[in-house]
Design a protein around this ligand. Structure first.
Ligand code: ZN
Length: 80
């Protein structure tokens, strides 16, 4: 299941089939949810959001625009 730790949006898996949860404005099944899993992902927001495990694409885009997401860029590119 996915639940945004920043704004509280969540997807279908998080509702557990509960109708009241699907009626909430926080129910955003069409958003993409990002997980902070450094082993597989090339982004890292732990410096800015140490307690956040999951982020919806809205919060991710905002954090990225505020340079709060660190990207693992190959060295050859980081020199550009
Ligand atoms: Zn969010």
């Amino acid at each position: 299941m996915a639940y945004c730790d920043v704004c509280g949006n969540y997807d279908a898996e998080h509702t557990d089939g509960e109708p009241s949860m699907k009626a909430s404005s926080d129910y955003q099944p069409d958003l993409y949810y990002y997980w902070d899993q450094p082993i597989e992902e090339d982004y890292n927001w732990r410096d800015a959001y140490p307690d956040v495990d999951c982020m919806c694409e809205i919060c991710f885009d905002i954090a990225n625009s505020e340079k709060k997401i660190q990207w693992d860029i190959p060295r050859c590119q980081s020199r550009l």
